[in-house]
Design a protein around this ligand. Structure first.
Ligand SMILES: [Zn+2]
Length: 506
């Protein structure tokens, strides 16, 4: 693995660490404002390495809610659970180290300080104990040249308390969410509200000056948008373009070193680059979360990458959302071929950004896939097998190339066992469990399969599980394969249980 491209890298780690330390000694509050702006100015000083990976994606990001990579199951509270403690910091230290080693140069984190609701006053969102923990995570990231982007809802998601406190931010005339009208609206602020604009700006300033973020990952589509008599005159694309551009333009004017990207949930990307001009003119990258532009045709996506003022990105089509509440050995679904196809085609079409949805490394699926995606993003010209071989060598230490190839083939067989029976899952959110309520949910990724498909998948898993001991004899690190075996046993248990329930109800 060659050294990652640092062009989109953060500033000197030592400088950053020193500044955080100084900030902590001088003042818990304003200190970080100094460190953030000072560190940002360093980005300009960086010289692009001559031997940089010219083919590498410019934005090689991980993405998720703060706890999506938690190595222990979480409980209590509605999704997303955003608890942070000493163990979270320890896990991030190791997670970020792996991310760095595999070539990522950024991470978009949701829920650093607020999920559903920023508090009023805003500064109260930065609870001191949590702040000390988050500062350590950010500091570890910066030491590793991994830039932290703040996952930020724009005009919606995060505003429940603000709307209650300042009713002028929203109009109670309903909202449009995922194409349908909802009469209730306690979540989406109005684009035409001056006070909404000010709250949005205040939150941005708080993130830059107090949190010390180095960029933003926007979303404006999730949970819907204002549908008052003024806002409804705009199409969804016009609406999102206005709120995104208003916020992005403010950031670029006030905090020009911040990277600004957007996950285009709920935004139609099908009307050509010109229709997206306002949306993208102050963005650094736009993530086509469901690969709409690819589905419209590769030529169409190429026309976007050629004409948009920002980088076009993807999540890989399928967003594999980890189950927050399940034990970490309850699933195993590596999707290397599907992910490689997505990364390669985006690269061929001129895409330069990619966000890989993170998960717990304690489950080997996410350990393998996080490393795999990072390596492909750093060198998209590799084949799926080449990148996967590197990961297999690192994780299992096979005795020779033949053993590596056997494990690579075996992992792809596990992928086929599910994908050949699940229909097309290459677009949109893919959930193992429903993520609703406060307890671990049922395995909906299995219940979506027909009984015939489930039986076939179970047979494949049984056959492939039996090969694990033989694969293990060819490796120095067998415990990882044994852990995969335990995961597959638990998946088989779920498969049998779903089939048994169906047999009893028919
Ligand atoms: Zn409105």
């Amino acid at each position: 693995m060659t050294a990652p491209d640092r062009d989109f890298g953060p500033p000197s780690a030592i400088t950053r660490r020193k500044m955080l330390k100084t900030a902590g000694m001088v003042a818990a509050g304003a200190g970080l404002a100094v460190s953030a702006s000072a560190s940002s100015s360093r980005i300009q000083d960086r010289v692009r390495p001559a031997a940089s990976m010219s083919e590498a994606f410019e934005y090689r990001l991980l993405l998720g809610w703060i706890n999506d990579n938690s190595n222990r199951p979480l409980s209590g509270g509605r999704w997303p659970i955003t608890t942070v403690d000493e163990q979270t910091v320890r896990e991030y230290k190791s997670f970020l180290r792996t991310a760095h080693d595999c070539g990522y140069n950024g991470i978009t984190l949701w829920g650093l300080y607020a999920s559903h609701a920023w508090t009023v006053p805003l500064n109260d969102s930065l609870e001191p104990r949590r702040r000390r923990l988050i500062d350590r995570i950010l500091n570890d990231a910066y030491k590793l040249d991994i830039r932290v982007l703040y996952g930020l809802g724009v005009y919606r998601w995060g505003f429940e308390e603000i709307i209650k406190h300042d009713p002028a931010t929203a109009r109670n005339e309903g909202r449009i969410a995922w194409g349908s009208y909802q009469s209730d609206n306690g979540v989406a602020m109005c684009y035409h509200s001056e006070s909404a604009r000010q709250w949005m700006r205040d939150i941005v300033d708080l993130c830059v000056k107090e949190v010390g973020t180095q960029g933003f990952g926007f979303q404006s589509g999730d949970l819907g948008r204002c549908y008052c008599s003024q806002c409804r005159r705009m199409t969804d694309t016009e609406y999102h373009s206005r709120v995104i551009n208003e916020t992005a333009e403010y950031i670029k004017r006030q905090h020009p070193k911040q990277i600004v990207g957007m996950s285009a949930w709920g935004v139609d990307l099908g009307d050509g680059a010109e229709a997206l001009n306002q949306l993208t003119s102050h963005l650094d990258f736009l993530t086509d979360v469901t690969d709409q532009s690819e589905r419209k045709g590769r030529e169409y996506r190429r026309s976007l990458t050629a004409r948009l003022p920002c980088a076009l990105g993807s999540l890989g089509g399928a967003v594999i959302v980890p189950p927050q509440r399940w034990h970490r050995d309850c699933w195993f679904l590596p999707l290397a071929e599907m992910t490689a196809r997505s990364i390669r085609s985006l690269h061929e079409d001129g895409g330069r950004a990619f966000e890989y949805f993170m998960g717990p490394m304690a489950n080997l699926q996410f350990d393998i896939m996080t490393r795999f995606a990072g390596r492909l993003l750093s060198n998209p010209q590799q084949s799926c097998e080449q990148a996967l071989s590197q990961v297999v060598e690192r994780l299992f230490e096979p005795a020779n190339r033949g053993a590596t190839a056997d494990i690579v083939r075996w992992l792809i067989d596990v992928e086929h066992g599910y994908l050949t029976r699940a229909g097309d899952i290459s677009s949109g959110e893919f959930d193992f469990e429903p993520l609703k309520g406060e307890t671990a949910g049922e395995p909906i990724y299995l219940t979506r399969l027909s009984s015939e498909a489930l039986i076939g998948y179970g047979n494949d898993l049984e056959r492939l599980s039996k090969q694990i001991p033989a694969l293990g004899t060819q490796c120095r690190r067998r415990q990882e394969l044994q852990l995969i075996g335990r995961c597959m046993e638990n998946v088989l248990r779920d498969v049998r249980q779903v089939l048994a329930i169906r047999a009893n109800t028919h």
